[in-house]
Write a protein that binds this ligand. Structure first.
Ligand code: DMJ
Length: 583
């Protein structure tokens, strides 16, 4: 088991001693017996707590939460961008995100049905093909990007472009038989149109894209030249996928050129800053960490490697990851540091950082992931949800960032840790997250963000990522049917992109079914091939010259080209389950 329950033991000791002062010994005995029985249940293993019935019950609870959020959006906000659940109205937040001057919003702008676009892949994961199909047909007929609205390139990319591309791939996946009527690539046509509009942002002397564009007119006059590392370094999954799907290389080329330029700006310590100027290619903010403004840059390096197989992404990722672990990590926490010196600058925990353990699972760094995840969960338990920012050096909440906008990161890491370890402790974490969301954020009109974690006062906003990510990750934690038969990488917005051999640029690793190797199972030596032992899932089996060849989907490849790892360290990581292969 990876779940360390030390923290809860300490809490129990304090709990018992304070009770002792105020209660009779008879009461104390009763409580001790109760605690003992709880301890016994835990010692017997959580299998009794998390049998199939309990998992199904929690899955159904999440399904119900998703539909509470979705139905209210459809009733009160659609086709606008997001739901205001307290007043049961809407906000065209995609425009607002980028539009500091609201008067610039065109009067005809009625939103981009953002939450519907973001919900499609979740509807598919939940197995609701008819609502999925209805959404696709509506978007194909009604959605237009020819609107006079200034948007954030990053947000538009991860939410709209990613949502459209993922849903397109799911719609065309015939094996899922999700469509009753013939699908006519409606979503891909929309994605291509959006991609064309994005290209204008890349027209800079450095190739680094502007952070903001007007969807109708392109980059506006006097547009700010400041952007963030994640803003120009997390475009490659969506734009690369768009190129593969349309056959138009310009999307991937633009995103890759920007990524290479960004990487060339790293310090001699392999550290990045947080903000930069797209015209000069100079850093503006030299301090950075793994949270806001940088987070998905790291995520997209490893995920681009998984999706496209290019070694270049792995090389960038492994250097960047090593530098993070070396300069930012302090025990389970990650502080910020100056990219030039590696010296610590800010000691803060931010809610966005909670994605990091999930990323660590992708590289098989399970123990480090568990220790950080555990700390984040203890903060969740302390406040009931995760506060946006906590000052580690002063041991206090950030005075103005006490909010929790229904973010998914802790649920995301919990899912990946559970997939990697199957430790039922993570199901308990998932259950606690579900309970908190229902107790503190569920209102009659949907789910509302928390404005202040100390008072649990709510804010009138249901972010679209609650449907795209939070609900999806929690659902998959209790029912991973969707993952079992597929092999996906999730975008930073939780949109699944199938890992397919035809998108891989390297010569794929080929397994021969007959090529057996020895490994240990339950103390016995077993002779099996990588494929038949299911250590690496099959992506494609094809007959070549009369023999069956199987392509590996391992996203961290075995060290040896013949896949016969001699030690655990030489074994790769399975892309679907994120499990490290073991001897
Ligand atoms: C989402 O839009 C994405 O996960 C993004 O990468 C970070 N922030 C939000 C969720 O918190």
């Amino acid at each position: 088991m990876y779940g360390d329950r030390k923290g809860s033991k300490v809490m129990k000791i304090n709990f018992v001693s304070s009770l002792h002062r105020s209660m009779s010994s008879w009461h104390l005995l009763t409580i001790l017996l109760l605690l003992l029985s709880l301890q016994l249940r835990l010692a017997l293993g959580s299998f009794t707590l998390f049998g199939p019935a309990k998992k199904a019950e929690l899955r159904d609870q999440v399904r119900q939460m998703f539909y509470h959020a979705y139905d209210n959006y459809m009733q009160y906000a659609f086709p606008h961008d997001e739901l205001k659940p307290l007043t049961k109205t809407f906000t065209d937040s995609l425009g607002e995100l980028g539009n500091l001057k609201l008067e610039r919003l065109s009067e005809q702008y009625n939103g981009s049905a953002l939450t519907l676009v973001e919900s499609l892949s979740s509807l598919h994961v939940l197995g609701n093909s008819s609502e999925f199909e209805k959404g696709v047909l509506w978007l194909g007929e009604n959605l237009t990007f020819d609107v006079d609205v200034r948007v954030s390139l990053f947000e538009c990319n991860i939410r709209l472009l990613g949502g459209l591309i993922s849903a397109h791939l799911l719609a065309t996946d015939l094996s899922k038989k999700s469509f009753r009527e013939p699908y006519k690539d409606q979503l891909l046509i929309l994605a291509n149109d959006l991609g064309q509009r994005f290209l204008r942002a890349f027209d800079t002397p450095t190739g680094l894209p502007y952070a903001w564009i007007n969807l109708k007119h392109g980059v506006m006059e006097n547009e700010t030249t400041e952007t963030s590392t994640s803003g120009c370094g997390s475009l490659i999954l969506e734009m690369g996928a768009l190129s593969r799907l349309t056959g138009k290389p310009e999307y991937e080329e633009s995103a890759l050129r920007a990524l290479r330029k960004l990487w060339s700006m790293r310090s001699s310590l392999d550290l990045m800053g947080t903000t930069l100027d797209v015209t000069t290619g100079e850093w503006i903010e030299h301090s950075s960490g793994i949270g806001a403004g940088v987070d998905s840059f790291y995520e997209y390096l490893i995920k681009a490697h998984i999706l496209f197989g290019r070694d270049e992404y792995w090389d960038m990722f492994s250097s960047a990851y090593t530098a993070v672990q070396k300069y930012f990590r302090h025990g389970p926490w990650y502080h910020e540091a100056d990219m030039r010196t590696g010296k610590a600058t800010h000691w803060q925990l931010t809610s966005l950082q909670a994605f990091w353990p999930g990323l660590q699972i992708l590289v098989g760094d399970v123990l480090a992931a568990n220790s950080t995840h555990r700390e984040f969960f203890s903060v969740w338990e302390r406040y009931g949800v995760l506060p946006e920012r906590y000052l580690l050096d002063r041991d206090m909440l950030h005075p103005t960032e006490k909010y929790y906008p229904l973010r998914p990161e802790l649920a995301e890491s919990t899912l990946f840790l559970y997939q990697a370890t199957r430790d039922p402790w993570y199901l308990e974490v998932g259950e606690a997250i579900i309970n908190s969301l229902n107790v503190y954020t569920r209102v009659n009109g949907g789910f509302a963000s928390v404005r202040d974690v100390t008072t649990m006062k709510l804010e009138d906003h249901q972010h679209s990522f609650f449907l795209a990510e939070t609900c999806k990750y929690l659902y998959l934690l209790f029912d991973d049917t969707f993952l079992v038969n597929g092999n996906y990488v999730f975008s930073t917005e939780g949109h699944p992109l199938p890992v397919t051999h035809s998108w891989h640029e390297w010569i794929p690793s080929i397994y021969m079914e007959s090529e057996a190797f020895e490994y240990k199972r339950g103390g016995k030596h077993v002779f099996k091939s990588a494929m038949s032992s299911k250590l690496c899932p099959v992506v494609k089996v094809s007959p070549v010259q009369g023999k069956f060849w199987v392509e590996s989907a391992c996203h961290v490849l075995d060290k040896r080209s013949n896949h016969k790892c001699q030690s655990d360290k030489e074994c790769g990581v399975d892309a679907t389950t994120c499990r490290e292969k073991r001897l």
